[in-house]
Design a binder for this molecule. Structure first.
Ligand code: HEM
Ligand SMILES: *[C@@H]1O[C@H](CO)[C@@H](O)[C@H](O)[C@H]1NC(C)=O
Ligand SMILES: *[C@@H]1O[C@H](CO)[C@@H](O)[C@H](O)[C@H]1NC(C)=O
Ligand SMILES: *[C@@H]1O[C@H](CO)[C@@H](O)[C@H](O)[C@H]1NC(C)=O
Ligand SMILES: *[C@@H]1O[C@H](CO)[C@@H](O)[C@H](O)[C@H]1NC(C)=O
Ligand SMILES: *[C@@H]1O[C@H](CO)[C@@H](O)[C@H](O)[C@H]1NC(C)=O
Length: 323
């Protein structure tokens, strides 16, 4: 009897030791003692800014995706280029990311409240959640905290890690799988395209030159294609359109309805219908309640990709610059 108890004890201790040695995982309210107002400060600045500039919600959500897929969720997307280094944010794929100034404003407020305590990686995870949640005035998903900030940001890391909007299903699947995410996560997270804008050149080959023969993508709804042609000339790289034609600033499940109607804007959106399993998930997620629950779960997985915890990385003093 005694022997069994002590074996159990040893096992429990070893498990605890292993998780401490691995740097500890993310957890709820990591800053509860070290910076009790951290989450409130983030939310109040984000809500104030988003109330004036609603498009920030989409900017932060996409920024979160780009941060996590390149070197893990370590705020490497926020680092400025320097004389000797071109950083992630200046890669070709940086189109239209914005809101860096707001994250820096949050960082300054947190440095005043609790110096060198709250990471920029956690600020981004909280800010993207709070920005999307603003329209509901309540957090849509739980954010675990305890991330630390990376010290490396290379523009050259971006291309191989972020899927292009012209990707087919197998490319998307493998891109997400390399980050430990499933087809289910891929479909759910593509629902991020329920808010925000896209530049004409991210989809216009579907309208004008799909296979290089001056043709249109047959999988795109023809009425929707005609509407898009009225907005985007073949060479336009400047104009933007709402990705979710029904409700581009409203975080809702209508993206999935659009996709089922062949009105997904990118090849990568339409590609979700080309796999039977993914296509079934698209249909399920037309239910708003289902989408919201699943989105929170998948965001939790995405925002845990490659995180630095424990004593790895650093707590940046300014989000745009390594210490
Ligand atoms: C599945 C692979 C994905 C591809 C190929 C992709 C591609 C793109 C592209 C090309 C744009 C337009 C950028 C522009 O023209 O300015 C865009 C916008 C956006 N993406 Fe994705 N994306 C993907 C996944 C995601 C994920 C996982 C999220 C977040 C959960 C996300 C959130 C957004 C948001 C919110 C915007 C709008 C940004 C804005 O309004 O400025 N995307 N995406
Ligand atoms: C994006 O990167 C290009 C260089 O490829 C740079 O000229 C541009 O300023 C960057 N845009 C933003 C918003 O950082
Ligand atoms: C998907 O795209 C990749 C890269 O462009 C290509 O190698 C592959 O053959 C394509 N797969 C299918 C099923 O079309
Ligand atoms: C369509 O693509 C082909 C092959 O890439 C190219 O030669 C042609 O000039 C393009 N046509 C237009 C109208 O852009
Ligand atoms: C691109 O858009 C900006 C702002 O919307 C505008 O000032 C500029 O003139 C446009 N450039 C071109 C080439 O259309
Ligand atoms: C990063 O670059 C932006 C734009 O050039 C600048 O406004 C900001 O102050 C820089 N941040 C840091 C921490 O150097």
């Amino acid at each position: 009897m005694k022997k069994i108890t002590s074996r159990v004890l040893v096992f429990v201790l070893m498990t605890a030791l292993v998780s401490v040695c691995m740097g500890g995982d993310l957890r709820k309210k990591f800053y509860e003692k070290s910076c009790p107002n951290a989450e409130t400060i983030v939310q109040s600045i984000v809500w104030k800014r988003v109330s004036i500039k609603p498009e920030l919600a989409a900017k932060f959500l996409r920024m979160q995706f780009h941060d996590c897929f390149v070197r893990g969720c370590d705020a490497s997307i926020l680092i400025n280029s320097t004389a000797g280094n071109t950083a992630e944010k200046d890669s070709g794929a940086n189109l239209s990311l914005a809101g860096y100034d707001v994250l820096e404003e949050i960082k300054s407020a947190l440095e005043s409240a609790c110096p060198s305590t709250v990471s920029c990686a956690d600020i981004l995870a909280l800010a993207s959640r709070d920005a999307v949640s603003f329209q509901f005035k309540t957090p849509l998903w739980e954010v675990l905290t305890g991330r630390r900030d990376g010290r490396v940001s290379l523009a050259s890391d971006v291309r191989g890690n972020l899927p292009s909007p012209f990707s087919n299903f197998s490319t998307l699947e493998s891109s997400f799988s390399k980050k430990g995410l499933t087809v289910h996560d891929l479909v759910v997270l593509s629902g991020g395209h329920t808010i925000g804008l896209a530049h004409c050149n991210t989809f216009s080959p579907r309208l004008y030159n799909f296979t290089g023969k001056g043709d249109q993508d047959p999988s795109l709804d023809s009425k929707y294609a005609a509407t898009l042609k009225g907005i985007c000339s073949p060479t336009d790289t400047n104009t933007t359109v709402e990705m979710d034609p029904q409700s581009g600033t409203n975080f809702d499940s209508s993206y999935f309805t659009s996709v089922t109607q062949n009105k997904g804007l990118f090849v990568s959106d339409a590609a979700l219908l080309t796999d039977r399993g993914a296509s079934n998930i698209v249909k399920e997620l037309t239910s708003q309640a289902k989408f919201f629950t699943e989105f929170g779960q998948s965001m939790k997985r995405m925002t845990a990709i490659g995180v630095l915890t424990g004593t790895t990385g650093e707590i940046r003093k300014a989000c745009g610059k390594i210490n």
